[in-house]
Design a protein around this ligand. Structure first.
Ligand SMILES: NC(=O)c1ccc[n+]([C@@H]2O[C@H](COP(=O)([O-])OP(=O)(O)OC[C@H]3O[C@@H](n4cnc5c(N)ncnc54)[C@H](O)[C@@H]3O)[C@@H](O)[C@H]2O)c1
Length: 388
């Protein structure tokens, strides 16, 4: 019997992945109670597909929050709407809020979100879902047990920009190293074109080195080389571990049809498989880490409910950990702006990349703004504010 009602704000691609995840939580303690989206087609398609009654579909998310008073709020909008929506939801005091990554667009917003949730007694989770992969959970246990000795460096090499894709890998590194204290960040940024990602100025490539209190470092290679993608390489004193992801063929995955599907079936996210292999001085070669597969997103939703019910005290994806990722990303940009190493805690509250772009500190070589995610926007819109 369902006990909690979830309301979803912004019903695009990732909201479908979340909806499946809520419905896959063990013993089904959750119903999808209401939705909000400014786009009429998104409301109709999502509502019909997931069986949300027409009178529970809202264009205005604040109206929905006031009328429905959901137990759980799920924010699936673009980055620059996360803070506004989480703060508005927190004011209505649901039990918990799940918000998509990146937590916010700068550190000031991330802190405002934490404050809003704290003063209203609301639990906040930032949906960096990948540490919830069964094999990646096993990887952290192996590292804790010393399977590759003392970790010296975590290396990452995904494509895409820092906030969108590399943020996942920074979260992974912090998770694998048991949420270490970060001392400093040294970073460089390249922006030769006027790229924006989901309406926000984005870099073409970046490079960062993160110094941890343990003496280990995290190496961020953003859109520079192709290697493990969503994953990382962990270098230890006695061995090496590699994590990455793979997915079944689209033909093996349930389709979103008849919903709009600009990027293929969204269930490929739910079906994603985390892979881990390692070797050490004692293994005599690579060892593949096996663990029974589960949907990482459903695991994250399960933890949210367990947190609300008091069965979990320290959920993997609690918001402070999303904030730690945000601080590293903003420190990397701030280091590029100040051309020096930046020591944490970071004092800059706004997004230093945005500041550099606005001040002309990163003059583009090939002018002309373009939206790298334009294909996912509906209708005539080319950016987040023009989607309704
Ligand atoms: N964790 C992951 O692996 C992962 C993967 C993809 C996307 N994401 C994140 O999910 C977020 C959403 O991305 P997406 O690809 O699903 O976007 P999308 O464009 O598919 O969906 C966004 C939806 O927001 C709606 N919207 C816009 N303004 C609104 C408003 N004021 N009120 C209500 N709805 C509004 C739009 O109509 C659209 O339906 C991003 O922050 C992205 O980083 C995470």
């Amino acid at each position: 019997m369902a006990r909690y009602r979830t309301a979803i704000i912004a019903c695009g691609t990732i909201a479908r992945v979340h909806a499946r995840a809520w419905l896959a939580v063990r013993d089904q303690p959750v119903t999808l109670g209401a939705l909000a989206d400014t786009h009429a087609d998104a409301r109709r398609e999502f509502g019909d597909f997931f069986g949300i009654p027409e009178d529970k579909r809202y264009a205005d998310y604040r109206e929905m929050l006031d009328a429905e008073r959901p137990d759980l709020v799920d924010v699936c909008s673009w980055h620059q709407q996360h803070a506004e929506m989480v703060i508005a939801a927190a004011a209505r005091r649901p039990k918990a809020i799940l918000c998509q990554k990146p937590m916010a667009v700068d550190l000031g917003e991330a802190d405002a979100m934490l404050t809003a949730c704290e003063r209203n007694g609301v639990k906040l989770i930032i949906a960096y879902q990948r540490p919830h992969h069964a094999t990646w959970l096993a990887a952290r246990d192996l590292i804790r047990q010393g399977a590759i000795g003392t970790v010296c460096q975590v290396q990452m090499d995904d494509g895409g920009n820092l906030l969108n894709t590399n943020s996942h890998n920074i979260r992974l590194a912090l998770f694998l190293l048991d949420e270490p204290e970060v001392k400093w960040v040294l970073g460089a940024v390249e922006r030769t074109t006027d790229r924006v990602e989901r309406g926000l100025p984005a870099e073409d490539a970046c490079l960062g080195l993160v110094g941890l209190a343990t003496g280990a470092t995290i190496l961020i290679q953003g859109n520079l080389v192709r290697g493990l993608g969503q994953g990382c390489r962990v270098i230890g004193s006695d061995g090496v571990m590699e994590l990455d992801t793979t997915r079944p063929e689209d033909s093996e995955i349930v389709s979103d049809a008849p919903m709009y599907m600009p990027e293929g079936p969204s269930a490929r996210y739910n079906a994603e498989i985390g892979r881990v292999r390692y070797f050490s001085t004692t293994t005599g070669g690579w060892v593949q880490v096996e663990a029974p597969w589960h949907d990482a997103w459903a695991h994250q939703c399960q933890e949210a409910i367990d947190w609300v019910d008091g069965r979990v005290a320290e959920p993997i994806s609690r918001a402070e950990r999303g904030r730690a990722v945000q601080e590293i990303m903003m420190a990397l940009f701030e280091s590029a702006r100040k051309k020096q190493r930046v020591y944490l805690p970071l004092k800059t509250r706004i997004n230093p990349l945005r500041l550099m772009v606005e001040h002309g500190d990163l003059p583009v070589e090939w002018p002309g703004v373009y939206e790298s995610r334009a294909r996912i926007v509906r209708g005539e819109g080319m950016s987040w504010h023009a989607t309704s």
